[in-house]
Design a protein around this ligand. Structure first.
Ligand code: AMP
Ligand code: GLY
Length: 439
């Protein structure tokens, strides 16, 4: 197949890399891609959210499939534009991407479909929002409705913090239009995990469970980031929970959207809070009464979850994505290998705050068995002796190890990182600690 992957991060490198493993062989392109995607695909110099640019490329090049990585082009209607020129595309239409683009819309769908989630109320007026706080207790979660680059969620431990977050969004306009509506949400206790479901409009197939590490420092301390590592499977998702997650969370959303005229095709990513005796930690039960509750939905593959989950898939990945895009996905399209995977993000010093770019990365060519180095923020530049790879982002590399168990996978990822260096390089040393702590 001729396939275009849209995006330029570790997730898109992992998607392109996994497509390149398919036995049938594909002609792969990536727009705009990075130094890593250039190893498995031809990079095309079009920005991921340049919808007319991508549509024009597709008109000329006739891909058999376009796979959209990031949320921005989904929310902006890339899939709608490509549907208009009959290009099979993996990803939801803009109306479906609102599951990620509007937290208010996602709650409305969940409430209509009876999906267990934190109790929430929506406000546009700061005084009314503050007056509602006591009913939620503490901690309490304040969320901007729209996309705010992962910064629009505040878990407030005190009423002062909650009121400050409400003022920032509704009075100070901190997130612009994305924060013009604010949700106050019940705090959910437990352990988080991610379930990525491939959805074809009518049915869904769950990919293996995973868990990411959102905080910058070891022990899950410090500010939130785009994700500092991930592993799969996540032991908190015991096998008995998977049918419940499909039947009570994923499918009701797919059906509710369909009822509203939205055929959802692509990944429906459920960020879940699991709160039972298997969770690490666990606490008081949510108001919904369910031990598994939705924290958020995303309309795309997770990053860095993708770098841990996709290497565990066998079979033809292109066929699974094409079948989802065409509405004919079958359970047997998803083949899961009995392996564990862990991915560790190697970041630029200072991330998620200010950091320097343009540092030369060494050690990339020193391959080790059962490891893969996915590029997140890198670029290729000509040098005296060929090509140099330089850092170009906060998250630079996503280093995945595979093994027969999680310990082996984590050790392999760290062994591979030991051979890599660049100025200011930083990474967490405790990826998968929750899984190991449970003993
Ligand atoms: P979101 O962007 O909705 O995923 O929120 C970012 C992070 O905030 C989540 O990964 C959770 O760690 C935390 N969070 C969001 N909503 C809640 C909630 N209702 N209860 C506890 N933590 C939450
Ligand atoms: N890893 C979290 C996300 O992709 O949103």
């Amino acid at each position: 197949m001729k396939i275009l992957v849209v995006g330029s991060g570790g997730r898109e490198h992992a998607i392109a890399w996994r497509l390149a493993q398919d036995e049938e062989g594909h002609e792969l392109y990536c727009a705009p891609g990075n130094a890593g995607t250039a190893e498995v695909a031809t990079n095309v110099d079009i920005k991921a959210d340049d919808i007319p640019g991508i549509a024009a490329w597709a008109t000329v090049n006739h891909p058999d499939l376009v796979v959209v990585g990031p949320e921005a082009p989904l929310v902006k209607g890339l899939v709608d534009a490509l549907a208009g020129i009959r290009v099979p595309t993996f990803g939801p239409v803009a109306a479906g991407a609102r599951m990620e683009g509007s937290k208010r819309f996602a709650k409305e769908i969940m409430d209509a479909a009876g999906v267990p989630t934190g109790k929430a109320e929506v406000f546009t007026d700061a005084a009314a929002a503050k007056a509602a706080l006591p009913a939620f207790g503490l901690p309490v979660v304040i969320k901007a409705d729209g996309l705010a680059a992962g910064k629009g969620v505040i878990v407030a431990e005190t009423t002062d913090q909650a009121e400050a977050a409400i003022d920032d969004m509704l009075v100070g306009n901190k997130f612009g239009a994305a924060g013009a509506e604010v949700l106050i949400e019940e705090f959910l206790h437990g352990e988080e995990c991610s379930i990525l479901a491939l959805v074809d409009g009518n049915d869904a197939v769950l990919l293996p469970s995973s868990q990411d590490h959102k905080r910058i420092f070891d022990g899950d301390k410090g500010p939130n980031t785009g994700g500092m590592g991930a592993y799969s499977p996540a032991p908190v998702v015991t096998a008995d929970k998977l049918p419940m997650i499909k039947e009570k969370i994923i499918m009701p959303v797919v059906r509710e959207l369909k009822k509203r005229g939205i055929t959802y095709r692509g990944v429906l990513y459920a960020g879940l809070m699991v709160n039972d005796e298997n969770a690490n930690p666990h606490g008081p039960l949510a108001k919904s009464g369910s031990t598994v509750n939705v924290v958020e939905f995303n309309a795309r593959f997770g990053d860095p979850e993708t770098e841990a989950v996709l290497p565990r898939l066998g079979g033809s990945f292109a066929t699974a994505l094409l079948h989802a895009a065409q509405g004919c996905l079958k359970p047997e399209d998803v083949v899961v290998k009995d392996e564990a995977a862990a991915t560790v993000i190697v970041a630029s010093g200072g991330y998620p705050g200010d950091y320097e770019k343009g540092k030369e990365i060494s050690g990339l060519a020193d391959a080790k068995p059962d490891t893969i180095v996915f590029h997140c923020g890198t670029k290729r530049v000509p040098s005296d002796d060929g090509i140099e790879i330089l850092t170009s982002g906060g998250r630079v590399l996503s280093v995945t190890g595979l093994g027969s168990n999680l310990r082996e996978a984590v050790d392999r990822a760290y062994a591979r990182i030991a051979g890599i260096s660049f100025g200011g390089m930083f990474y967490r040393k405790d990826i998968a600690h929750r899984a190991f702590e449970r003993g």
